[in-house]
Write a protein that binds this ligand. Structure first.
Ligand SMILES: [Zn+2]
Ligand SMILES: [Zn+2]
Length: 134
């Protein structure tokens, strides 16, 4: 797996400690965390970390296409390491967002009824399998 520092350098981003840790967190945890969750998870390890730094870093990484910002289900912005387009499923009981691996035809750069598609998101809502089992 490519190192975090290499990924940052490839995108012309100086690999500061905070940036490395934030990107590492998002690559390890595919839970679509909010900036707040990322801050809470890292502040113990990096007491000098501020929420502003987390927000700024997420913005930089999103602008460079390393992260995807998801503001799809509610006002709250969530982030994930940029992978191939996939379907999101949100549980209305526990609030978890799952990645669904089912593939679908990518509509990127296609034209639909005269509109040009730049991004393509599919979002499903329902009750997740662990909530159904309990
Ligand atoms: Zn659930
Ligand atoms: Zn996802």
């Amino acid at each position: 797996m490519e190192s975090i520092i290499e990924i940052l350098k490839e995108h012309d981003i100086a690999p500061s400690m905070q940036r490395v840790k934030i990107l590492e967190y998002l690559r390890n945890y595919k839970t679509h965390p909010t900036a707040d969750i990322i801050y809470q998870a890292l502040v113990d390890e990096m007491p000098t970390l501020s929420k502003t730094t987390v927000y700024n870093t997420l913005k930089t990484l999103t602008d460079k296409g390393i992260l995807l910002a998801l503001s799809l289900f509610e006002n709250e912005e969530r982030y994930e390491y940029n992978t191939n387009p996939h379907i999101h499923f949100k549980c209305t009981e526990c609030g978890k967002i799952y990645d669904i691996s089912k593939t679908f035809e990518c509509l990127k750069n296609e034209e639909i009824e005269g509109h040009k598609v730049l991004e393509h998101h599919i979002n499903l809502k329902g009750i997740c399998k662990s909530c159904r089992d309990s």
